[in-house]
Design a protein around this ligand. Structure first.
Ligand SMILES: O=c1ccn([C@@H]2O[C@H](COP(=O)(O)O)[C@@H](O)[C@H]2O)c(=O)[nH]1
Length: 278
């Protein structure tokens, strides 16, 4: 299996730098005229897959919105993942897992082992039990061509208190995460398989992202207030590695498939204009 970094690089070259989230918020289900139940969840997810799965580079289901319906919601997540794969987009499951290493092994099996029903191309992971505790995910991802996006500087205002705290050597906690992920990507071409999550809302990061060598997922665009032009301020010389991510901004254009596609095309054009001008 080719590495995730190679597959992501190709998907972005062919389809453009865009990740769209599937976040079936109760309010969005209502706005789409759907009930806040399993049938509504299934219809919402299928509509997004049919509208965008064959044109967007990466689709990012938000696991929480499926988990809130229990096992039958997770079954819909499984079928959504299969449908996305069949449609040709890469699937990034936003599940933000993290634990002691022996438990991370089980999470790695759940999401990054091709024999698992929840197998995806990449997952999000939390490094706040120590980046080293995520090693089983990194190992299984490397073995099976998967990817891991590790939270570094998140889009929510509460994140800064933890992420910008100073460690004993004077670096911020986030910079230690950035540095460890950079090491994992060393020598990978055209792109490493280990990414970081850096919110588009945070302004000048004050952090050195230049050596990451992997993708930089940028949530916070649209509903959280950031616009494509903010990517320049946040990422500066690292813009080439940015994968802009939108959920509500695109999803609120539904349920009409043409309107969803138009919304995705619009934000992609806006991001391309910024990323191309780097
Ligand atoms: O720092 C982060 C990390 C992850 N997210 C997730 O992205 C989407 C954002 O949804 P919008 O509707 O575009 O605001 C959501 O699933 C978050 O859990 C993030 O926002 N910030």
């Amino acid at each position: 299996m080719e590495s995730f970094g190679t597959r992501l690089h190709r998907a972005v070259s062919e389809r453009g730098p865009l990740c769209v989230g599937i976040d079936p918020h109760p309010g969005l289900l209502a706005r789409w005229g759907l009930a806040d139940d399993l049938a509504g969840l299934e219809r919402f997810s299928r509509t997004v897959v049919e509208a965008l799965g064959d044109r967007v580079a990466v689709v990012k289901p938000q696991s929480a919105f499926f988990e809130r319906f229990g096992s039958r919601g997770v079954a819909i997540l499984e079928s959504t993942i299969r449908q996305l794969r069949d449609a040709g987009s890469l699937v990034l499951l936003d599940v933000k897992r993290g634990d002691i290493g022996s438990t991370v092994s089980a999470y790695a099996s759940a999401y990054l082992d091709p024999s698992s029903p929840l197998y995806v191309d990449a997952v999000t992971a939390s490094p706040y039990l120590g980046v080293g505790s995520l090693a089983p995910m990194f190992e299984l991802a490397a073995e099976h061509g998967g990817g891991v996006f590790v939270l570094a500087l998140t889009s929510n205002p509460e994140g800064a208190a933890v992420q910008r705290a100073r460690t004993a050597d004077g670096r911020t906690v986030a910079q230690t995460v950035i540095d460890e992920i950079s090491q994992l990507n060393a020598g990978a071409t055209p792109l490493g398989s280990f990414g970081l999550v850096v919110g588009a809302t945070i302004g000048d990061t004050g952090h050195d992202l230049s050596g990451v060598g992997g993708p930089l997922l940028a949530p916070g665009l649209g509903a959280q207030g950031a616009g494509a032009s903010d990517l320049r301020t946040v990422f500066g010389p690292s813009l080439a590695a940015v994968l802009p991510s939108y959920s509500r901004e695109v999803l609120s254009a539904g349920p009409d498939a043409a309107s969803l596609r138009a919304a995705a095309d619009r934000v992609l054009d806006e991001c391309r204009a910024v990323l191309a001008a780097r």
